[in-house]
Design a protein around this ligand. Structure first.
Ligand code: GLN
Length: 303
């Protein structure tokens, strides 16, 4: 299949729609000033073929896409024990909701909503520094140094009132083992990592290759754990739009409020799309359309 042609077509079809709908994330100035008129798409196949179009080399704030990689580190180290105090069910609620945490006695529904990712960050703090391991993993996976945007990290700290509330609620229920401030520091910094579509398509490559490193071929996760991360992405990776994503796209996906979405076609390729304007569920509006077009044009889907 000529993937470069497919990505060029998608870019040509969607570019005229830029700026026509959705809103960039506004909760911090560094994201509010990102131009909505950007669209990038990149993919990397299991055998190392790459294709890219549009703003695929522009770095953006990966935000909640980082939750895939923090989960990878935690599950790599802890295996099934990770699930002792973190659930694996879709939430059907917004990503920053506090409601279920109260009714479910401090156990977050899954590792991809904010509460769940904060609980994962807590396990990373128990295991080490958290931030350093995450940056090292990402740099290894894409073969290039990866950095945190200091301004975004500071703003996440300054405005993270809901995340602080989630962490305190979990601490009160005994879900977090470590100091709330230390755990939140890891979470805020992981949200502030900057990467391009090309880097993310490469970094998430182990998810389409039974857990094997996209460049070196060495195991990042066992095949069974890689399948499980994909299953969680399909059911929980796009928050309360996960059902709609599964229905329309049918691929494991993880989105972030920076406008990025990583999608996996198991045994074939990993794809990353980015466009900063979001729909009301916090998922990239054009990113979502791009994935729908990709599946329609290629027939590649898990279903
Ligand atoms: N920094 C954002 C938050 O913590 C990340 C959310 C997201 O990307 N969905 O709310």
């Amino acid at each position: 299949m000529d993937f470069q042609l497919v990505l060029d077509q998608i870019n040509a079809e969607l570019r005229p729609l830029l700026g026509q709908g959705g809103q960039v994330a506004r909760y911090i100035p560094a994201l509010a000033r990102v131009s909505p008129a950007q669209f990038g798409i990149a993919l990397r196949t299991c055998d190392g073929q790459t294709a890219q179009a549009g703003d695929s080399a522009v770095p953006f704030s990966i935000q909640s896409v980082s939750k895939v990689f923090s989960l990878t580190l935690a599950i790599q180290a802890l295996g099934e024990a990770l699930w002792a105090r973190i659930g694996r069910e879709p939430s059907g609620s917004p990503f920053n909701s506090l409601v279920q945490l109260e009714t479910e006695r401090g156990i977050p529904r899954n590792p991809f909503i904010n509460a769940g990712a904060i609980a994962v960050a807590d396990r990373l703090v128990t295991l080490g520094d958290g931030k350093a391991e995450l940056l090292a993993l990402l740099s290894r996976l894409c073969g290039e140094p990866i950095h945190i945007d200091a301004e975004v990290a500071q703003s996440e700290h300054d405005t993270g009132f809901r995340n602080t509330a989630l962490a305190n609620l979990m601490k009160g229920f005994g879900t977090l083992d470590n100091d709330v401030t230390t755990v939140l520091d890891v979470y805020f910094n992981q949200c502030a990592i900057r990467m391009t579509c090309e880097q993310l398509a490469c970094a998430a490559g182990y998810l389409c290759r039974d857990g094997r490193h996209p460049l070196a071929g060495t195991p990042v996760l066992s095949p069974a754990l890689a399948r499980r991360v994909n299953a969680l992405m399909l059911t929980c990776g796009t928050y309360d739009a996960a059902g709609e994503f599964a229905y329309r796209i049918g691929l494991p996906c993880k989105s972030g409020v920076g406008g990025g979405i990583v999608a996996v076609v198991p045994d074939h390729l990993t794809l990353c799309v980015w466009s900063p304007a979001l729909d009301p569920t916090g998922n990239s509006l054009l990113g979502r359309q791009a994935l729908e077009l990709f599946v329609a044009k290629t027939g590649l889907s898990v279903f």
